[in-house]
Design a protein around this ligand. Structure first.
Ligand code: GDD
Ligand code: MN
Length: 382
């Protein structure tokens, strides 16, 4: 027990060669009266951040570096660091000097002395600030924090903070439930357990001087997905929700194309001239096909973004999606006809409502079965 660190500081890094040495130096000063270790988790940065830390650790054995070759990502890097940390308390902070290390001792005491579970370095409370953020950025951050407050059981002013201290017990209680994808690791810890004692300590978020941010793209989308997953994930996965939204947009596309065909009298022209087809059937076919095409692209872009088809793979992907969609149509009509033929709900609903209801049931069954087919066939992993 004696050479156990009181606090393990975990620093995830990706291309922080301009910042890491200075930060380690500052941590040494600010933590001089607290037994500590520093664990840098670097994802094989092209700028060789890991090499700088290896050099430092030769003379400073309380500094360690983990150079990850296979894995990537901020949250998973933090979890990797926590898994090998031997401190009684873990601190997580960005390695780009944007977080203010001078409040670390106070954060540590909140856990060690005051028995808090988590202490957050917060930009959202008294004494904290976002620095010189634009009004738009501050507003977005406020909306995000508000949503977290509404959806999760705790009242935290800065739930998106990447700067926090957590007790080893709290980590151990939820470690196996944490989603390693994404970068909202604090949100995960807060959202996956109940009744946590949380304290926030204000600090001013500084501007980045060296290197650049890695988290700018699709931050909002990832945040919303993470929130949904934390709150409703055990009932409806974010992927299925997205799939249903795309499906709903498909209904809209279908109706618009159908209306357009009728209004523009296209159906008479094409069906008569080219296809010798009944005009109404022609319009329906055109509308169904357009909505299948738009659903494919939307699903490929949003719903299954992690397995997205690109380049030529889109052709094979679309063919599969088309097949699944046709099958879905058969399932939908099949279920409807079966219910109608068996007299389902006769005498309970009027003929009109019975029609609508049984049709809706067909759509539900087809949506669910199509979802699994698309998940495991069209967008099957690798
Ligand atoms: N190992 C590893 N792997 N580290 C990473 C990765 C990764 O894939 N991506 C980013 N990092 C490291 C960076 O090197 C930095 O030390 C820290 O994680 C934060 O990354 P930034 O790219 O500087 O993030 P940011 O400043 O835009 O976002 C920060 O503020 C957000 C809220 O405003 C982070 O603290 C976020 O967690 C936070 O939500
Ligand atoms: Mn940063």
């Amino acid at each position: 027990m004696s050479n156990r660190a009181a606090i393990s500081v975990i620093l995830p890094t990706y291309n922080e060669s301009g910042n890491i040495a200075l930060l380690i130096d500052r941590l040494k000063t600010v933590l001089k009266s607290i037994p500590h270790e520093i664990i840098v988790v670097d994802d094989n940065s092209p700028d060789r951040t890991w090499e700088i830390v290896e050099k430092i650790s030769e003379k400073n054995p309380w500094v360690r570096v983990i150079r990850r070759i296979e894995d990537r990502g901020l949250s998973s890097a933090v979890l990797t660091g926590m898994a090998v940390a031997n401190g009684e308390v873990f601190a997580v902070m960005d390695a780009d000097l944007q977080h203010d290390e001078s409040i670390l001792p106070e954060m540590f005491r909140a856990i060690h002395d005051d028995r808090m579970d988590i202490c957050i370095g917060s930009r959202g409370i008294e004494g904290g600030s976002y620095g010189n953020w634009s009004a738009t950025r501050r507003f977005m951050s406020w909306v995000a924090a508000f949503m977290a407050k509404v959806m999760l059981p705790v009242n935290v002013k800065d739930p998106m903070s990447g700067f926090f201290v957590i007790s080893r017990e709290t980590y151990q209680k939820s470690a196996d439930k944490i989603n390693p994808r994404g970068f909202k690791i604090l949100l995960e810890f807060i959202g996956r357990s109940r009744g946590l004692a949380i304290k926030e300590i204000g600090y001013t978020f500084k501007n980045r001087i060296h290197g650049e941010t890695k988290l700018s793209s699709s931050v909002i989308k990832n945040y919303l997905i993470a929130l949904w997953d934390l709150r409703f994930g055990k009932y409806v996965t974010p992927t299925f929700l997205m799939y249903c939204l795309v499906g709903a947009s498909g209904v809209l596309v279908y109706s618009l194309v159908l209306a357009a065909c009728r209004v523009l009298v296209l159906q008479d022209f094409f069906s008569g001239l080219l296809l010798r087809m009944d005009p109404n059937s022609f319009s329906m076919l055109a509308a169904v096909e357009t909505s299948i095409i738009s659903n494919y692209f939307l699903n490929n872009y949003f719903t299954f973004y992690e397995r997205r088809h690109s380049g030529k793979k889109k052709i094979a992907g679309f063919v599969k999606f088309q097949l699944v969609s046709l099958l879905g149509l058969i399932v939908q009509i099949g279920v409807f006809q079966m219910l109608q033929a068996n007299g389902f709900l006769i005498g309970i609903l009027s003929e009109g409502f019975r029609n609508i209801f049984n049709n809706a049931l067909g759509i539900v069954v087809a949506t669910v079965s199509n979802y699994y087919l698309n998940l495991n066939f069209t967008w099957r992993k690798n």
